[in-house]
Design a protein around this ligand. Structure first.
Ligand code: MRU
Length: 369
């Protein structure tokens, strides 16, 4: 697991005390690396809603541990799983992780494992999910780097990314940022352009924090400055993650991704999505069917230092930007149509062009990489 001074997420238990799930509180970064202990499922649901733990792959892992926590504490595990799965609606990995661990718990219960045995089975499954995420991340990093070598041959790369997709969202090095990191390790990164990612600043606060830790050459830019950067010919490829990929190949990711895809197409720049196969949701037919989370207006109309999510205390502590009570449009994600996506990199391989057929191929049982 990546080292952040404190781990991104850890299971803590001892003979004397009930277990808890301890998170690196991402709302406090980069100002301070502090942990947030979730002693039960309501704590974890609140932490997910406040973005203390966030990013599609890590949401799946956290949700899985949440089911293990519910099982260890005793009580209604099915109800806890439902609450966790719906804590945020867009990243399909969250529900996938929750349901996977719930299935392991049920299978153990049905097999007569008893309460302790079923709780142990749930925890083992959550740990397996966590480890698999790290392995998937390493494979995506390798495949993504090879792909960039083919798409943009013969030069050190200037890569633009949006939101935060690194070690903070993963058991390993993440999704898009894992590819950036592999390029950097190979000595081939000329510049990482980091979109600040309004309104919650995952780029400025979290990706820049990760870039510093990896000693990457990087600059943060206001999201609205990306157009001038493309126009100046300063971007060789865009790399982003995904929260859900519909069956038709549409990609839901942090709001602001779709405008980058349009810019990339206009300027003839590759637009590459990096995501584990668990992000593909065959049950969601088209991009328009993806449920996009709408977040509180205060996240747009206020800002607070150190950063705090609007759920909770921003109202008291935030600096008012817009007039008090201003309405806001605040979707957390947007949807990029498949024809604007050059390639999707997964741990099972690269899909390009991105079509209903090629995406379906990713999910076929015969495809193992
Ligand atoms: O609202 P967030 O911070 O959870 O949004 C995260 C993103 O949009 C990421 O780009 C996505 O989860 C892909 S990989 C982490």
């Amino acid at each position: 697991m990546a080292d952040h001074g404190v781990p991104v997420l850890r299971w803590e238990e001892s003979a004397e005390r009930p277990p808890k799930l301890v998170l690196l509180d991402q709302t406090r970064l980069p100002a301070e690396e502090v942990e947030l202990a979730c002693k039960d499922v309501p704590d974890l649901v609140a932490a997910i809603g406040a973005l203390s733990v966030r990013g599609a792959p890590l949401l799946g892992v956290a949700g899985g541990y949440g089911v293990a926590l519910a099982a260890a504490l005793g009580g209604d595990v099915a109800q806890a799983a439902d609450r966790l799965a719906s804590a945020r609606p867009t990243a399909v990995n969250l529900a996938a992780g929750v349901r996977r661990v719930e299935r392991a718990y049920k299978a153990a219960t049905d097999g007569g494992a008893g309460e302790d045995g079923a709780a142990a089975a749930a925890l083992a499954e959550a740990r397996a999910l966590h480890e698999e995420d790290a392995e998937a991340s390493a494979r995506m990093a390798r495949l993504g780097r090879e792909l960039l070598g083919e798409l943009v041959p013969g030069r050190r790369l200037r890569l633009l990314t949006h939101c935060n997709t690194g070690t903070l969202v993963s058991g390993g090095k993440g999704t898009a940022f894992a590819v950036v990191s592999a390029v950097h390790d190979a000595g081939d990164l000329q510049q990482l352009w980091v979109d600040e990612t309004r309104p919650l600043l995952q780029g400025a606060r979290l990706t820049a924090y990760e870039a510093v830790r990896e000693r990457m050459p990087y600059s943060v830019l206001a999201d609205s400055a990306a157009g001038s950067l493309f126009a100046a010919g300063e971007v060789d490829a865009v790399l982003i993650g995904a929260d859900r990929i519909a069956a038709d190949g549409s990609v839901a990711n942090k709001v602001g991704s779709y405008p980058l895809a349009v810019l990339a197409r206009h300027h003839g720049v590759p637009f590459v999505v990096v995501a584990p196969v668990t992000t593909v949701d065959a049950a969601t037919e088209r991009g328009a069917d993806i449920v996009v989370e709408q977040r509180p207006a205060e996240e747009v109309t206020q800002i607070s230092f150190p950063y705090r999510s609007a759920s909770g205390t921003a109202g008291e502590e935030g600096v008012q930007l817009a007039p008090k009570g201003a309405e806001a449009y605040n979707p957390a994600f947007d949807v990029t149509p498949p024809d604007l996506v050059t390639a999707v990199v997964t741990e099972r391989g690269v899909v390009s062009p991105v079509t209903r057929e090629t995406v379906a191929g990713l999910c076929s049982p015969s495809r193992t990489r």
